[in-house]
Design a protein around this ligand. Structure first.
Ligand SMILES: [Zn+2]
Length: 251
């Protein structure tokens, strides 16, 4: 049994990139799974004020996580205002100490969104600092450093359009309906993504992307991840052992 924390920048990022894998892990019933987003997506509306859209998106994210029995923990960062600085590192360390994960899945350090990139950096550095007793926050330090995995960037590419290859792909074919149901809880984003991202139907876009990843390993739908390999993070690959029969290493 493990405590697994999926942490990204905005409500719906985790559902788009990792919900199928988290649904498979939830199926075993042996893991505590927490979804967290550093922001509540307070800029994700043309019509609602920041407090209104934040409250709505927190509800949507909690409902989406609840589909697989996971808890949702929102952070206090503002949308489009995530930066790696000392106060932000303290906040993310405290979030890690509250959830005390064995395994962390987070954003790609290279992505289209500066919030995603800053989240990745903050989570990486917080994983390191959270086990340091003299790094003071409200909660006590955790034991050691959690295992860290990186989700795909949007479209699996960096800012130059070069491919970011996953280390492994998880076959989520059995969970695509659950993933779709989870993403559909983020109804407030349908109009916003259409207007601002020119993304006509974000749920279908998710399926197209999951199919793209699945195709790489010869299945209908997949999700890709990279291991964080930096010193001195643990390289036990627990997550991969939990998913062994569903996982294919980089082809
Ligand atoms: Zn995002």
């Amino acid at each position: 049994m493990a405590r697994i924390l999926a942490i990204h920048a905005h409500p719906d990022d985790i559902e788009f990139l990792a919900a199928g894998t988290l649904a498979l892990l939830a199926d075993t019933g042996n893991h505590d799974i927490v979804f967290s987003t550093l922001t509540s997506g307070d800029k994700g509306s043309h019509d609602l004020s920041a407090p209104e859209i934040s409250a709505l998106r927190r509800k949507e994210a909690a409902s989406a996580a609840a589909v697989i029995g996971a808890q949702y923990l929102p952070g206090d960062f503002l949308d489009q205002e995530i930066f790696s600085d000392n106060a932000s590192r303290h906040a993310v360390v405290e979030l890690l100490r509250k959830t005390r994960p064995d395994i962390v899945l987070t954003a790609s350090p290279v992505d289209y969104s500066p919030d995603h990139e800053a989240t990745s950096l903050l989570v990486r550095d917080a994983c390191f600092a959270a086990g340091s007793p003299n790094y003071k926050t409200d909660s006590p330090s955790i034991d050691g450093i959690p295992e860290l995995y990186l989700m795909d960037p949007l479209g699996g590419i960096d800012r130059s359009g070069d491919l970011i290859d996953p280390d492994f792909i998880v076959d989520i074919t059995d969970k695509i309906a659950v993933k779709r149901a989870m993403l559909e809880h983020h109804q407030s984003q349908r109009a916003w993504l259409k207007a601002h991202h020119h993304m006509d139907d974000y749920v279908n876009q998710m399926e197209i992307w999951s199919a793209e990843r699945g195709k790489r390993i010869g299945v209908a739908f997949g999700e890709g991840f990279r291991r964080y390999r930096g010193h001195p993070f643990p390289q036990n690959f627990q997550l991969e052992s939990f998913l062994a029969d569903r996982l294919v290493k980089r082809a």
